[in-house]
Design a protein around this ligand. Structure first.
Ligand SMILES: NC(=O)c1ccc[n+]([C@@H]2O[C@H](COP(=O)([O-])OP(=O)(O)OC[C@H]3O[C@@H](n4cnc5c(N)ncnc54)[C@H](O)[C@@H]3O)[C@@H](O)[C@H]2O)c1
Length: 494
């Protein structure tokens, strides 16, 4: 009987499980045994989601042992697999991360996760609960609850963590923070930020035609914890970003980069309210353009610089903030895919996407950063160093989940403001309890399924189809904490 490639490798993977590759901690060298690893010691790393961004992240971990790879689409990830001939030779290729963990738990030191947003939490939470260090791409998770959980689990299990918003380790972010903490732009009461994304399809109704996935795509594993949907090639690879079940739209895709210097410099935690609006909002797909207004309470002063109540306003899909007064004519506010304006009482600070190339509207020079830690080896190797250090002596990574978690909570809560916009009110947010406090038990809402429009006899004809009315509170709760499909669970909240 001939076996398909998929069956062959599934069987092979099971056979290879008999061999354990000694991980760093078994050799008595990992931090939690109290003795840090020497810089030369190699970590055993597995990658989950390697067809796109994941391949690049793994390359950054060069010099370490990439011992196994997991991807639901082996055709898309073939090039990435080819980079690791030993992994192929020993048949440590997987479709399902749960099987890989079962087979290799003893051997793994680090899990790198670069799947679509909706599976980050299940992949990372289980890894952390097994005591593994995790590098997770941005946005950290799909929901607020998942962010809180990963933050608390990481703290409980004392593992090294890093979210993939690589600019967190760059000097641009340090420069922004130190400028604000020096008082040179005064008190900040408004920040505006934008991205030129989406560059993928959005604003679409769900496809009606059901397609058959190619033979090397495990569609069920792609869906993972999400509700069942028939396969269509419009979802994966890459374009899942625009579909609510799998992605978080342009805000989720870019805000963890763009707002990193904002949340860090201004010490933001929970917003107290949020208001979203957008181009037509459909049930399944993110809208083409959005605006989200977050309000934050006053915070403790930093270096005696007051941190008053603050508005953070986000724009995407071609929308942008107004150019501030005194803007140099002809200069593009969009720098590498977006930008940020910090409106201070003494000056206006402009920052590009990824915290890049900050400058002051007054023309004054920004000083070079001196008081914050310079990350000399970059975002990826700084994480690897952290994995080798004991928890007590670990230099916390720039996007350790203790900071990445709250940033991500803010971002994915902003997504909810857009999804709940037909309630037509500013939503009040209780961050500690993870709930909107002004959606009443019996409140109802509906969302557009399709925005039909045609010209009939020379007249514009509108034909909008809506869902039935449904309970808004239950819907909001489901968006904050998903119910997963059978087979997928999270560890309890510590
Ligand atoms: N930091 C950055 O600059 C940056 C850049 C691009 C993407 N990203 C992030 O990386 C992640 C992946 O994005 P991408 O552009 O590579 O998407 P992609 O669709 O190109 O690649 C995702 C890969 O994960 C695989 N996959 C999906 N679900 C899986 C699962 N449950 N188990 C195993 N494999 C699975 C897919 O088959 C695919 O190979 C996203 O979170 C994205 O936001 C970050």
């Amino acid at each position: 009987m001939s076996l398909s490639r998929r069956e062959f490798v599934k069987k092979g993977a099971a056979a290879s499980a008999a061999f354990t590759i000694l991980p760093a901690h078994v050799l008595g060298m990992r931090g939690d045994s109290g003795r840090p690893l020497a810089p030369s010691d190699k970590l055993n790393i597995v990658g989950v989601g390697v067809g796109g961004r994941g391949a690049g992240v793994l390359r950054e971990f060069k010099g370490h042992n990439i011992i196994a790879l997991c991807d639901v689409d082996w055709r898309y990830s073939e090039k990435a697999f080819d980079e690791y001939p030993d992994v192929k030779l020993y048949q440590r290729l997987y479709y399902d991360f749960r099987k890989m963990y079962d087979d290799l738990e003893e051997s793994i030191d680090v899990v790198m996760c670069a799947t679509s947003d909706h599976t980050h939490a299940v992949i990372a939470a289980q890894a952390i609960a097994m005591g593994k260090h995790v590098y997770v791409e941005k946005p950290l998770t799909h929901t607020v609850y998942e962010s809180r959980l990963l933050t608390k689990l990481a703290d409980k299990h004392k593992v090294a963590t890093q979210m993939g918003n690589q600019c967190a380790s760059d000097d641009g972010v340090r420069k922004v923070c130190e400028a604000i903490w020096s008082g040179m732009i005064g008190e900040v009461t408004k920040v505006e930020a934008f991205t030129d994304r989406p560059i993928w399809p959005q604003g679409l109704p769900r496809p009606v035609e059901e397609q058959t996935p190619h033979s090397e795509l495990d569609w069920d594993s792609f869906l993972g914890p999400a509700p069942y949907r028939p396969y269509h090639s419009i979802y994966t690879p890459w374009n899942w970003r625009g579909w609510w079940d799998f992605g978080t739209g342009a805000l989720g895709d870019m805000a963890c980069h763009i707002l990193q210097p904002v949340t860090l410099a201004l010490n933001l935690k929970h917003a107290v309210s949020v208001l979203g609006s957008s181009t037509p909002l459909l049930t399944d797909c993110a809208p083409n353009a959005q605006r989200v207004h977050f309000k934050f309470p006053a915070r403790e002063p930093i270096n005696n610089i007051p941190m008053p109540a603050l508005s953070v306003i986000w724009y995407d899909g071609g929308l942008r903030p107004d150019l501030p007064e005194g803007w140099p004519e002809g200069r593009d506010l969009n720098h590498h895919g977006g930008g940020v304006i910090f409106h201070g009482t003494r000056d206006t600070l402009i920052v590009g996407c990824y915290g890049s190339d900050p400058w002051l509207l007054s023309g004054n020079e920004l000083p070079e950063p001196v008081s914050t830690r310079k990350i000399t080896d970059g975002h990826y190797m700084d994480f690897i160093h952290a994995c080798k250090e004991s928890p007590e002596n670990r230099r916390v990574c720039a996007s350790d989940f203790s900071t990445a978690g709250p940033l991500n909570e803010m971002v994915v809560m902003g997504v909810l403001a857009v999804r709940l916009q037909t309630l037509n009110k500013e939503l009040l947010w209780d961050g500690e309890r993870m709930e909107f406090t002004n959606i009443s038990d019996n409140e109802e809402m509906k969302i557009m399924i399709e925005d039909g429009f045609s010209i009939k006899d020379g007249h514009p004809t509108f034909d909008k189809t809506f869902t039935d009315y449904f309970n808004a509170k239950t819907f909001a709760q489901e968006l904050i904490k998903h119910n997963y499909r059978e087979g997928y669970t999270l560890p309890a909240m510590p």
